[in-house]
Design a protein around this ligand. Structure first.
Ligand code: SAM
Length: 179
């Protein structure tokens, strides 16, 4: 079980980045994303992707982050450029249930204390999306990136164009035109 907790989301400023945090979490094998600020529009955007592309992924916004961290039964992994090296902590977290915490603006000091591990993906400042993707890729099973989520739409590998199957259509009619 992997859940991503997004702290400090500001609906007006962070809509796009938080959406991408959620979609990255989903695509790399998390089951849920929790966002500390209530944002119904964000929920709708992510749920619409899940409806079309499948899977059981859930988004919850307006989560009380302190309670979420304190009540988590597995390991709490806070992604921060100030943390320990990813390679050093991977063996202790790879097989655990993870609550992965990413920030937006300045992350409260308390999060560093509450986390089981503070983990860096390199020690340069970059992005919560990049940090999340790298961590999740390191802990993913071999088939995670191409898992079949039984969605309404299925994307097939295509060396040039786009091939999308609409599984709600009769066989032979669902193959979208290459674009
Ligand atoms: N300035 C903020 C602070 O000091 O807490 C961080 C802002 S940064 C744009 C947003 C988030 O990206 C961070 O909270 C962290 O989760 C993630 N992040 C950025 N660089 C990272 C790195 N090198 N390793 C791990 N996480 C990183």
């Amino acid at each position: 079980m992997i859940v991503v907790l997004r702290l400090g989301h500001r609906p007006s400023r962070d809509k796009r980045v938080t959406t991408h945090v959620a979609l990255t979490a989903r695509a790399f094998g998390a089951q849920e994303v929790w966002v500390s600020t209530k944002d119904a529009a964000l929920e709708k955007t992510v749920e619409s992707i899940v409806t079309r592309f499948g899977g059981e992924f859930a988004i919850k916004t307006g989560m009380k982050w302190r309670e979420a961290i304190r009540s988590w039964k597995g390991k709490v992994v806070h992604l921060t450029m100030y943390g320990e090296r990813l390679d050093d902590v991977l063996p202790s977290i790879a097989k655990e249930d993870l609550l992965i915490v990413v920030g937006a603006e300045k992350v409260p000091r308390e999060v560093y204390e509450l986390a089981d591990v503070n983990v860096s993906v390199g020690n340069q400042p970059h992005s919560e999306i990049a940090a999340l993707a790298v961590l999740m890729d390191r802990i993913a099973d071999d088939d995670t990136l191409y898992m079949n989520l039984d969605g309404r739409l299925t994307v097939l590998p295509n060396p040039r164009g786009k091939t999308v199957i609409d599984n709600t259509k009769e066989k032979g009619q669902g193959r979208a035109r290459p674009r």
